[in-house]
Design a protein around this ligand. Structure first.
Ligand code: TAP
Length: 452
């Protein structure tokens, strides 16, 4: 039996020790999910909707407990953790609208009637990273269950606690045994069986681009469906005509939220040259003012990084030769802390501009005009998110259309709403989650012609 220690990244204390699921246990769970699917897909749409609403209500009733678990397990600030648990509830309520609205078409044909059905895929495997354990899990399992699939879910080995609790809440809410199973284990064991077991018909993977490519290649062997949500290197583009005070005051939240461990982190701030110096002057107090510390305290704005190894990886981006403009603060004592850090890279090839950092380090670079801003923003293999700050609506739309990314916001850093589509261009992913079409990613369209 293999075990893992779950560590609180703010204190370095062990929270609990867990048994990890083996390959054989994964196979047994997949086969249980396959059997459970026979009855689950036959549940009347209204009854499936009611079960999902009850699941949502159970999450809401346990929202504070889930949030506290995430504070202890992932070091998320309590404010963020409450939002994340609330997002699971909202995704489930939204998903509860799906079963009764999974409409097909009636297509005019000669000699008969033609109708389409959205059939469930079967067993769906959801693989979740450690940075947002609750929402990312729900974006997969919510619509998948609603569309009549059964789900096996693998949380990240570092952050399994909220997923395990969500699995218990589903059962308490009346979701039948085997329909939604949470399997804490290693990616190389449990995640790999999702890829290779023929009964798993789709893999939803959120994580690094490197592992995402392996998953896609593995799934190709069985033409298995995949949704991939991968890395990012998003740009926050600030034009000279923007409300500079607001742009500078909010920029830290666009990149340092969740200590920068956010696929949508705006880790490149592009500032029009004519206001570059003024913007940095305004940014400095905003960065120094970010309240970094105990994630359980209500006023804290940024917590620790997830692990010592990850902190070392983030720190590797700030070399002795790196020009650091200014940094924020970090607490003393135990915990995987790293301060908010603003750097001024010398060349476009600087790692800090080309690689995902996934920590609280941001690079600020100047640009000349609209075309230059779009060129720099697109000079990356990634294409997940981005922000555009301007008071010119025409420019906002032109730049939004020009930037190759799936989720852009104008005069805002918001990327995620459960009722709007989310996903990446280029190597940031494949497919979309959330939004009005969320369920279609978990169905096959079947066409039936009836001769009359
Ligand atoms: P990864 O190392 O890729 O791990 C993600 C998940 O995949 C974990 O559950 C991991 O298991 C599992 N895994 C690892 N190797 C596997 C394999 N060979 N087969 C199957 N599963 C495997 O990523 P991470 O470091 O946890 O997360 C950070 C990355 O996720 C960043 O690049 C970030 O941008 C991306 N991300 C993207 C999004 C969206 S929505 N685009 C959202 C959040 C994060 P273990 O727990 O055993 O490692």
């Amino acid at each position: 039996m293999t075990t893992t220690q779950v560590v609180n990244p703010a204190t370095e204390q062990v929270v609990t020790t867990l048994e990890l699921v083996s390959a054989a246990e994964t196979d047994a769970a997949i086969e249980r999910a396959q059997r459970a699917g026979v009855d689950w897909r036959a549940v009347a749409p209204g009854d499936r909707a009611r079960l999902l609403r009850r699941f949502a209500e159970a999450v809401d009733a346990n929202l504070e407990q889930l949030a506290q678990l995430e504070v202890a397990n992932a070091g998320h600030t309590i404010g963020n953790a409450r939002w994340e648990a609330g997002n699971v509830r909202d995704v489930l309520h939204f998903a509860a609208g799906i079963p009764e609205r999974l409409l097909g078409n009636q297509i005019p044909v000669a000699g008969g009637v033609d109708i389409t059905f959205h059939e469930p895929l079967g067993v769906v495997g959801v693989i979740v990273p450690w940075n947002f354990p609750m929402p990312i899990a729900a974006w997969g399992f919510g619509p998948a269950l609603a569309a009549g699939n059964t789900v096996v879910l693998k949380p990240a080995e570092l952050t399994p606690l909220t997923a395990i609790r969500l699995g218990e809440l589903a059962l308490e809410a009346g979701v039948p045994e085997g329909v939604f199973q949470v399997l804490p284990g290693k990616g190389s064991v449990v995640g790999q069986r999702f890829v290779t077991h023929p009964a798993v018909r789709k893999v939803v993977f959120t994580g690094s681009t490197e592992v995402g490519k392996e998953i896609m290649a593995g799934c190709a062997r069985q033409v298995k469906r995949v949704t991939l949500e991968l890395g990012g290197k998003s740009a926050n583009i600030v034009f000279a005509d923007a409300d500079l005070e607001r742009a500078a005051a909010t920029a830290p939240y666009g990149v340092f939220d969740n200590a920068g461990q956010d696929c949508c982190a705006r880790s490149r701030i592009l500032v029009q040259r004519s206001v570059f110096d003024r913007f940095l002057e305004l940014l400095e107090p905003a960065v120094r003012g970010v309240r970094v510390g105990d994630p359980a305290a209500e006023s804290t704005e940024m917590g620790p990084l997830i692990s010592a190894a990850h902190r070392a990886q983030v720190a590797s981006f700030v070399e002795p030769s790196t020009k650091v403009a200014f940094t924020g603060t970090q607490p003393d004592g135990p915990g995987f802390w790293y301060p908010p850090t603003v750097v001024l890279p010398d060349a476009p090839s600087d790692r800090v501009l080309t690689e995902e950092i996934f920590g609280p380090v941001v690079a600020v670079v100047p640009f000349e005009d609209e075309a230059d801003a779009v060129r720099i923003a697109n000079d990356t293999e990634y294409g997940l998110s981005g922000s555009i700050w301007t008071n010119d609506v025409g420019r906002a739309l032109r730049v939004s259309r020009g930037v190759e990314a799936g989720n852009l916001s104008v005069n805002s850093h918001s990327s995620v709403r459960y009722w709007t589509p989310f996903g990446g261009f280029k190597q940031s992913g494949l497919g979309r989650e959330l939004g009005p079409d969320a369920a279609l990613a978990f169905t096959e369209t079947k066409n039936v012609f009836i001769a009359t």
